[in-house]
Every structure is written in structure tokens, then in C-alpha cells.
Design a protein around this ligand. Structure first.
Ligand code: C2E
Ligand code: MG
Ligand code: MG
Length: 566
């Protein structure tokens, strides 16, 4: 009778446990519950399972774990069934089953307990493999933190429970990471990624999720209330780098775009908006952390629209060239002009500031610049054929061109194609920051000079390395940015800082045998001041706005003298 209860208990156990459980925690709790239910029938005292698994890619430390799955309050006997299993990966599992205090299992009963033990081993083993397999889908191999899939899954779970609204998302990139690789080598670079990932993961704990998207790009979800802490934490991030003598602390600096979720946001919304904020951080040198605002979204939509429309607009001839006269201040005579691009879209004029910066960021500005340049060469050719005496036309070339080593040859090729003299052309470049850029610029300027084509530095005074530019570049013209002149007007007869700065720059430019052009001259007082400081030329609304081609042609056929309108 006792035997029958025993074997029924074993059968009952086998029926109760769910062999299909794939989650290790569920498998353990299933087994515990099933043991509890049949403990009396099989006179169970204690059950313990222990695992000692060797390290693998997903568990680099290996696993040593043991757990009591059942304990009878009345205690247990030491003479039970202990079985050692060896797993395929070389791990060891020990299961020990003991009878309740005062009881002894017969050999037959021990054989049945062996069956129970084996089932426990197989079910937990299977569940563990399934958990590892699942983990491998959601873990970034290199850093051991969550990957994109895992991140989306976590976020999806928050969405399903209506909890996403409590979170903020951030897109993160490590600033200057390529220099880390250059400076310390890529192995140390990888180490830094790992240390950084693990530090962030630990900081976020169970309050969100930190994931690697790839390279040095990361993304996180964190409870909104912890954003301030997060910022303080990342501001202080520092890791030991290098080896031996070269050991040093490296302060990690991040670029971050943050978006705080609102009601009904999906994972797609928060990924999109935090990446838009991140792009805003990327394009603003002064800000490393940018919080998403609707203005960023507007700008992103605008950018998308411009990039989509640009190629066909260029093919359809929607871009036209306007010419703004430059005036020699000594005699108020037309002495040159600047070609400025306008986009005629649906009968309206789109100003350059609405599309040039977008084209700059994606590089298509280079196509536009060549288009404008060809149009200018064609106009000059026509003016010559009409018997007009053209002035030198300056054309803006984006700094994006300077990586193109064939730029000078391409420009000369176009000048030759139209059969015009290089003296009618001036290439305007804007100030650049890096030393590499300066070298590229210098090579270009010298090539143009060899070909008899003038060059100028545009918007001088708005960049960072103005004086270096004057010293190192053999340009013909310096264009002083219009921001210098806003404080120089009638009301200000005395000495303002701007007056002193302008006076000295013009002096320096003259002494270096270059010419100074002042941009954005709007008032008689400004023109008078510039004349006194011996600035050669001025360009601005005081004389003329940028003019459509046919209007400008009239200026060429006139005497070409201006009167200050004051
Ligand atoms: P920029 O090269 O510095 O051109 C001078 C800008 O100042 C022009 O703006 C001109 O209209 C404006 N301006 C001239 N006189 C005055 C004045 O008295 N007062 C004020 N407030 N502004 C004045 P615009 O035409 O809107 O062009 C803006 C910028 O767009 C240009 O600045 C240039 O950087 C860029 N750009 C225009 N066309 C091209 C192009 O074909 N290629 C490239 N790469 N950039 C271009
Ligand atoms: Mg310009
Ligand atoms: Mg300018």
C-alpha cells in the first residue's frame, strides 16, 4: 500500500511539472511546487540542486549556483539519492534527494527517486539552454549589455503595460572615440567601450535599460526622475586607459539627445525623437546634451523636404543666380559682384539660409556650387559677347569641397570650357577651424593663384582661427563679416570696440597686400567710417541688394557709379 502511494506520488510529480517550460526561473518554481504536492506520498525530507557551469561567451564568469528546492519542517535523513550529472559543456550538476526524518527509502523507491531526479535535471537543463539562447539574441556580444533587439523588446513591454510615459529615452555617442582608437589602439578602444557600457548599465540598474546600437552608439531608457542624476553621472565618467608607463585616466565625454516620453508614444516615436535631438546636439558644437523640442522636429522635416526636392529642382532649373554689386569706396564705382543663389519654388524666392545649411550637412552643396559656378561663367561669356565690360564675380564654394583634391582642376576646367579669362573669377571660401583644413585650403589657394584666379576668405571674423588664416593663406581678398558693422552707425560717433577691431583688421589686410571688402554695409555712416579706415571695397544694401541677372546687367552697362544713399 505504502509502495503504491509512493509510485503514485512519483507519477503525480511527473504529470505536474511542465516539460515545456523554457524559462529557468519558471522551471525551478514549477519543480518546487510539484515536489511540495507529492512530498508526503514520497516521504520527502529535502531536495537540493547545484550547478557548476564553466565560463562561456554569454556567461564569462561561469555559473556556480545551488538551491534548496524542498525542505520538510520535520527535518530529513542523510541516506538518500545523490546523483552527479555531467553536462555537454563540461559542467556539473548534483541533485540530492533525502527522505524525511525517521524514514528510509527501499531500493525500489530509490530507483523511482532517481527518475524524479533525472526529470528535474532535464527540465532545468533544457530551460537553461533556452534562456541562454534567448539571451544570445538580446545581448551585445562585445560589451555584454543589451543589444538593439533587447532594447526594443524591453521598451515594447513598457508600452504594453502603459508604463513608457514614465521614461525618458536618450541617444548617446562617445565624443572623439576615433581619437581614442588612434591614441590607445583599437584593443584599448574596445576595452573602453566595455567599461563604459558596464558602468552605464550598472547605473541604470532596473530603472530602465541601456543598450549598444553598434560602434560607439548607445541608447537608453531611464525613469524621468533620474535624468539629472544621469547627467551628473556621465559628467564624471572617467576610465583608466593605456598600459604600464602610459596608464592614464581618460574622461569620457558624451553627446546626448534626450526625449521625455508622453502619453501614447510608441517605441518608434521615442527612438525617432531622441535621435532627432541627438542630431541637433551633433550640429551644435556648443551643446553636448540636447532635449528634444518640436522645433527640432520641424527642422528635421524641413531638412528631409529640402534633400528630397533638391535633385529634381536642380534638374528643373529652379536655382538662379543673383548678383550683388561691390563698390570701390575711394570713388563709389562698381568694382565687382558676388554671385548669390536663389531657389525659385512655386513662383516664390527661397532664401539661401533656408536651404544652404541643409545641403551643407549632406554634401549636395557641392553640386549646387558647381551649378552656380557654370551659370556665372556662362553669364560672363555672354556679357563679353554683348560687348559689356564684366566685373570680377566672386562665387561661394562651400568648405565641403576642400576634401576634393581635384577642386582647383575642376574649376579651371569650367573656366576653360567657357573660354573666359580667370581674372573675372574670385572663389570665396569660409573660415575653417582644423589644421588639416587650413592645409587643404592653402594648397587650393596656391593652385588658384598659379592659374591667375583670385580667392577670398568670406565672413572673416566669425570663425576661430582668423589670424592664422591671414598669416598662412595667400588669398587676395578678406571679406569682413557684416556682424562687425551693426554697432557702427550715426548714433555712435565715439570709439566703439568694433571700430577699433575693424580699423586694425583693415590695416593688417592692407599691409599684407590683400584687399578688404566689408559686407553688409547699410548706412552712410558705416561707408564713411570704412573710407576713413582705407577699406578698399564695400558690399551692402546701401548700394544694392542682390539683383536678378537682367537688373545687374543694367549696372554693367551704366556708368557704374553709386551715390551713398545714407
Ligand atoms: P555670404 O556669402 O556672406 O553672402 C552675403 C550675404 O549677405 C547675402 O545673403 C547677402 O544678401 C547678404 N547681404 C548683403 N548686403 C547686406 C546688407 O547690407 N545687410 C544685410 N543684413 N545682409 C546683406 P544671402 O544671399 O541670403 O546668402 C546667405 C549666405 O548663403 C551667403 O552668405 C553664402 O554663405 C550662402 N550662399 C549663397 N549662395 C551660395 C552658393 O551658391 N553657394 C554656397 N556655398 N553658399 C551660398
Ligand atoms: Mg560669400
Ligand atoms: Mg559673407
Amino acid at each position: 500500500m505504502e509502495n503504491c502511494a509512493f509510485s503514485n506520488g512519483v507519477l503525480n510529480f511527473l504529470e505536474k511539472i511542465n516539460e515545456n517550460t523554457v524559462d529557468i526561473d519558471n522551471a525551478v518554481s514549477d519543480i518546487c511546487a510539484a515536489l511540495e504536492a507529492v512530498a508526503e506520498d514520497i516521504r520527502l525530507g529535502r531536495v537540493e540542486l547545484s550547478l557548476d557551469a564553466p565560463p562561456n561567451e554569454l556567461e564569462p564568469e561561469g555559473v556556480i549556483k545551488s538551491g534548496e528546492m524542498y525542505l520538510n519542517p520535520n527535518g530529513y535523513e542523510a541516506d538518500g539519492v545523490v546523483i552527479n550529472y555531467t553536462t555537454k559543456e563540461g559542467g556539473k550538476v548534483v541533485s540530492s534527494f533525502m527522505p524525511v526524518k525517521g524514514e528510509k527509502w527501499s531500493d525500489d523507491e530509490k530507483a523511482l527517486i532517481g527518475l524524479v531526479s533525472k526529470s528535474c535535471y532535464m527540465i532545468t537543463g533544457r530551460a537553461r539552454i533556452m534562456s541562454l539562447m534567448e539571451k544570445s539574441l538580446y545581448i551585445d556580444r562585445m560589451t555584454g549589455i543589451c543589444n538593439t533587439e533587447g532594447f526594443m523588446r524591453y521598451g515594447g513591454m513598457l508600452v504594453a503595460r502603459g508604463l513608457l510615459v514614465n521614461y525618458a529615452a536618450a541617444f548617446i555617442n562617445i565624443k572623439n572615440f576615433k581619437y581614442v582608437n588612434q591614441l590607445f589602439g583599437s584593443r584599448q578602444g574596445d576595452e573602453l567601450l566595455k567599461k563604459f557600457a558596464q558602468a552605464m548599465d550598472k547605473f541604470i540598474k532596473d530603472d530602465g535599460k541601456f543598450a549598444r546600437l553598434g560602434g560607439d552608439n548607445f541608447v537608453l531608457l531611464i525613469k524621468k526622475g533620474r535624468i539629472t542624476d544621469l547627467r551628473a553621472f556621465v559628467d564624471a565618467l572617467s576610465f583608466e586607459m593605456g598600459e604600464g608607463e602610459m596608464k592614464q585616466l581618460y574622461d569620457v565625454r558624451l553627446r546626448m539627445g534626450i526625449y521625455e516620453a508622453v502619453e501614447n508614444d510608441t517605441m518608434g516615436d521615442i527612438m525617432n525623437k531622441s535621435s532627432i535631438a541627438f542630431n541637433a546636439a551633433k550640429s551644435d558644437e556648443r551643446k553636448d546634451v540636447v532635449f528634444f523640442s518640436p522645433l527640432h522636429l520641424e527642422a528635421a522635416i524641413h531638412k528631409k523636404k529640402i534633400s528630397t526636392l533638391f535633385p529634381s529642382a536642380l534638374d528643373n532649373g529652379e536655382f538662379v543666380v543673383y548678383y550683388q554689386p561691390k563698390v570701390r569706396l575711394s570713388d563709389n564705382k562698381l568694382c565687382g559682384c558676388e554671385a548669390l543663389c536663389r531657389w525659385i519654388r512655386d513662383g516664390k524666392i527661397v532664401p539661401p539660409m533656408d536651404f544652404i545649411p541643409v545641403l551643407e550637412t549632406e554634401g549636395s552643396i557641392c553640386r549646387l556650387d558647381f551649378y552656380v559656378f557654370e551659370a556665372v561663367c556662362a553669364d560672363i561669356k555672354r556679357w563679353l559677347e554683348m560687348g559689356l565690360d564684366p566685373v570680377r564675380v566672386s562665387v561661394n564654394f562651400s568648405k565641403r569641397h576642400l576634401h576634393n583634391q581635384r577642386l582647383a582642376d575642376q574649376i579651371m576646367g569650367i573656366i576653360r570650357k567657357y573660354g573666359i579669362d580667370g581674372r573675372y573669377i574670385e572663389v570665396e571660401l569660409t573660415e575653417m577651424t582644423g589644421a588639416e583644413d587650413l592645409t587643404a585650403m592653402s594648397v587650393f589657394v596656391d593652385k588658384m593663384k598659379d592659374n591667375g584666379v583670385a580667392t577670398s576668405i568670406d565672413d572673416f571674423g566669425t570663425g576661430y582661427s582668423s589670424l592664422n588664416l591671414l598669416k598662412d593663406l595667400d588669398v587676395d581678398v578678406i571679406k569682413l563679416d557684416k556682424s562687425f558693422f551693426t554697432n557702427i552707425n550715426d548714433a555712435d560717433g565715439g570709439i566703439s570696440t568694433d571700430r577699433i577691431v575693424v580699423k586694425n583688421i583693415v590695416n593688417m589686410v592692407n599691409e599684407l597686400n590683400m584687399e578688404a571688402v566689408s559686407e553688409g554695409v547699410e548706412t552712410h555712416a558705416q561707408a564713411e567710417f570704412l573710407r576713413e579706415t582705407h577699406c578698399s571695397m564695400a558690399q551692402g544694401f546701401l548700394f544694392d541688394r542682390p539683383l536678378p541677372k537682367d537688373e545687374f546687367e543694367k549696372r554693367l552697362s551704366d556708368e557704374g557709379f553709386y551715390v551713398d544713399k545714407g
